[in-house]
Design a protein around this ligand. Sequence first.
Ligand code: SF4
Length: 431
Amino acid sequence: MQSNHGIEIESINPGSLAEKSGLLPGDILLSINSYKLRDPIDFMFYSADDNLEIEIKRGGKIITAHLTRKDSREFGINFKPFKVMTCKNNCIFCFVKQLPKGLRKELYIKDEDYRLSFLYGNYLTLSNLSKEDRRRIIEQRLSPLYISVHSTNKALRNRLLGNAKASDILKDLKFFTDHKIRFNLQIVLCPEYNDGKELRQTLSNLYRFYPYVLSIAVVPIGLTMYRKHNIRPVEKGDAENALNIIDIFQKRFIKKHGNPIVYGADELYLKAEHPYPPLRAYGDLHQIENGVGMLPLFMNQVKKLKLPKGLQRKKKFITFTGLSFYPFLKRFTERLSERENLHIDAAPVENTFFGSSITVAGLLTGRDVIKTILDRIEGHEMILIPDVVLNEENKFLDNISIQNVEEALGIPTQKIKSTPEGLLKGIVEDR
Ligand code: SF4
């Protein structure tokens, strides 16, 4: 674990500038050109010069390395994860608080860290941001940030966040706009809290931050059966109402700026049973990781798909997904069967672990997958596991590994990218 005064190297890419310069895994980088390093963002920021003097702590000794970047822009250093800042809220819809015991340890961390927001698109409410953090965001241009707004009505927002001391989001966004920091915003739609006229008012208030507001996503609240708050899920009528409001604002924004700015999550269209817009309506797909535009992207990729060579037509494969995406995956695999003589069965996995209102693939657990596939396994020779359900160690949310699945079901598995191309690559012979 690194301290406040240095960042530890976890690994170095072979042949990289870092390797050629003699840096080693375990080295703690203390400063670059006399600038102290707190985390990898400092490293990115201060290592832009061509000539670098790096102070290193190695085995208790302090040494200095001189690096010349020349043509090489990439250092090839992978740092140990830094200690993340955690949140001071108690949101009524907090997913962490709705988790049962026994899941992967990292899932219980209530992270709220502007550095993760900049690096990986994690959302933050800004309620734990110090003056120093703000200064750093401006100085190092940590933009765009991903910010949870939920409502611009301060009293309502504080209620949703469970934090009476949360700052005024409109003032915060004005501060970042004044300093030319861009942001993507999300509103977690909670029926009877921030919907209807509150949603209209929020969108109207956020609109004024254009062009610094790149996108606003409206996503339905996710509720597991372990929730303690008395709050209900988004139903069909709620989704329809939200989409109507989004549509009004999209038209207004397009007329004024040629950009819809506000988008409904795919799940809202599914709940409302509305056709989702074409891919081109999603602009730069700023919030694809937030489930905004994933479906149209997938269907668009299906249309443009080129079949790779070496596809195995004699074997039968099986894959799976959550209930919401299942009809789309099924349509695709049936088409492959009819037109291309490829045999991939798609199985819909009901989420009994978190409760049936959780229908996305990314929250499926290993035990639900095993249970579903077990009933359909006969005749299949391999299970194709989409990467969205696994972490870097190839484990599901409930710590079940790929090997556990193989042992339980008695056939080999293949991890695949969660795209049409990824599915087909999974059935290529001698990959
Ligand atoms: S900001 Fe809210 S939803 Fe996010 S971790 Fe904190 S309490 Fe949970």
